[in-house]
Ligand binder design. Structure first.
Ligand SMILES: Cc1ncc(COP(=O)(O)O)c(C=O)c1O
Length: 465
């Protein structure tokens, strides 16, 4: 049943809260916690690019773009119209036959992605796009005559999705969010053949080293791992170019060229998870462009369609795709992958990103936001501030020397304070992350940082810091 806005009644909050507890599981939370009044906000309507309202009529500034995906913002009638028009013409695929929106979008993605990334496979979610890439890498290796290349190297402090393969490859930050970290074993065995290496996180270097004196051990160490595992067993290296999970860590400039050359040297497929960092998020169209490298496979989702429908894509180089031809089929099929209405919507979404220069806005407003957040560094709780484009995080610590993180109960108190002041962010894992819609303005950044500052000051007082 659709609900007209005039039908939203504040008193219905309690009704939906009770129904939710009984019938609807929320991701990564117990129902008791998800529907506790301090956590449960019932959003009912979008107002403009960055603002939404809840059932009680309260307005929020969404500085997390829902879940890092509303790149063109809320309220884009143009996209809704494109979906409606497409649904009137061809409202689904016909079997596995391609259709015009699918092919047109594939050509557009080939044109806009770097290097020779030029052949596309569609899915519905980011996790689909990453797992599709893993299967492509393994198949490619076998077609090249390496029957035993099945292992995938991933990095700690990463998240790639919740399927059994992507979950095996992700390794969220330990110790802060027990539901996300320590319970992995409950779903095992996860995909075998996964090897984890260090994340290039200078603030918490696994080797206890300092850049540049570290000589990029986090990157060079990958070669040692490959040799130890035996190169003829390694199919792919999978990572995000810059990591939201690692609180917007940006690796030193030498990091990615070193990894690229190790992959080249040992015939390892380089797969980039650009699910979050595509389509302008970091101030370039794709975050890999900051580092001058081109992966062999790139997975995209989120900003490809800004959440107006589900869609993801795995884009591979022609060298990889051509290895399948002429006789090998790719044994992989999502019934709803590349829905024509989603592809039509994505084309309009990308047109808006280009026409309204949202990549440039991400760069300019992102620098402004980062500077403002860095000015909070004198707060006792603030341990580190990092980011690139509209992709910024503040990391909280109990003590700036020991860098001990707060547990989620404390971060939860900060989140409640931010929400009470009308700011949506990701505040968990001893951090606050801002990945707003790319239409975010400098005055939105002022408002977000002002709310964060007030809330931090209040919490620090309560914690006697
Ligand atoms: C880097 C990264 N990869 C993959 C995913 C999985 O995307 P989805 O939730 O659409 O499956 C996410 C989700 O946030 C992500 O942040």
């Amino acid at each position: 049943m659709t609900q007209k806005s005039e039908q939203f009644r504040p008193e219905d909050y309690e009704k939906y809260r009770t129904l939710g507890v009984k019938h609807l599981i929320q991701p990564n939370m117990t129902r008791a916690a998800a529907y506790a009044p301090e956590n449960f906000t019932l959003f009912v309507k979008e107002i403009d690019g960055c603002h939404v309202i809840d059932i009680k009529g309260k307005t929020y500034l969404d500085a997390f773009a829902s879940l890092m995906y509303r790149n063109v913002g809320y309220g884009r009638k143009e996209i809704v119209d494109a979906i409606y028009e497409q649904l009137q013409q061809l409202s689904s695929c016909v079997g596995t036959s391609p259709n015009i929106p699918q092919i047109t979008l594939a050509k557009k993605l080939a044109d806009m992605t770097p290097g020779d990334l030029s052949v596309v496979f569609y899915g519905n979610n980011g996790g689909d796009a990453v797992e599709t890439g893993i299967k492509i890498a393994r198949l490619y290796q076998r077609l090249c005559g390496f029957a035993n290349r099945y292992k995938v190297i991933g990095r700690r402090r990463e998240y790639h999705g919740t399927n059994l393969g992507t979950m095996a490859l992700g390794r969220p930050i330990k110790g802060t969010n027990p539901l996300m970290c320590e319970d992995f074993a409950a779903y095992g065995p996860l995909m075998p053949g996964v090897i984890h290496v260090a994340h290039p996180c200078c603030y918490r270097c696994e080797y206890g080293l300092t850049y540049p004196g570290c000589d990029l051990k986090c990157a060079t160490q990958v070669e040692a791992v490959v040799l130890q595992e035996e190169p003829e067993t390694v199919a792919a290296f999978l990572a995000t170019p810059v990591s939201a999970q690692s609180l917007c860590d940006v690796p030193p400039p030498e990091y990615w060229p070193i990894i690229r050359s190790i992959c080249n040297k040992y015939g390892i497929v380089m797969q980039m998870d650009c699910v979050v960092t595509g389509f302008g998020r970091t101030g370039k169209m794709f975050a890999v462009e900051h580092f001058g490298i081109v992966p062999d496979i790139m997975s995209v989702a989120k900003g490809i369609i800004s959440g107006y429908m589900p869609l993801s894509a795995t884009i591979m180089s022609s060298k990889i795709a051509d290895a399948f031809e002429p006789k090998t089929t790719f044994l992989h099929d999502y019934t709803f992958g590349g829905h024509p209405a989603a592809c039509a919507a994505a084309l309009v979404n990308i047109d808006i990103i280009e026409r309204e220069k949202l990549v440039e806005n991400s760069d300019v407003v992102g620098k402004y936001l980062l500077e403002k957040l860095q000015a909070l560094s004198n707060h006792p709780m603030v341990g580190a501030v990092r980011g690139i484009g509209l992709f910024c995080s503040v990391e909280y610590v109990k003590d700036k020397k020991t860098k001990e993180p707060f547990d989620n109960a404390v971060t939860g108190r900060l989140r409640s304070k931010l929400m009470a002041r009308g700011l949506v962010s990701r505040t968990r894992d001893s951090s606050t992350s801002f990945l707003p819609p790319l239409v975010f303005t400098k005055s939105d950044a002022d408002e977000a940082v002002d709310i964060l500052e007030k809330s931090l000051t209040e919490l620090e007082k309560e914690l006697s810091m």
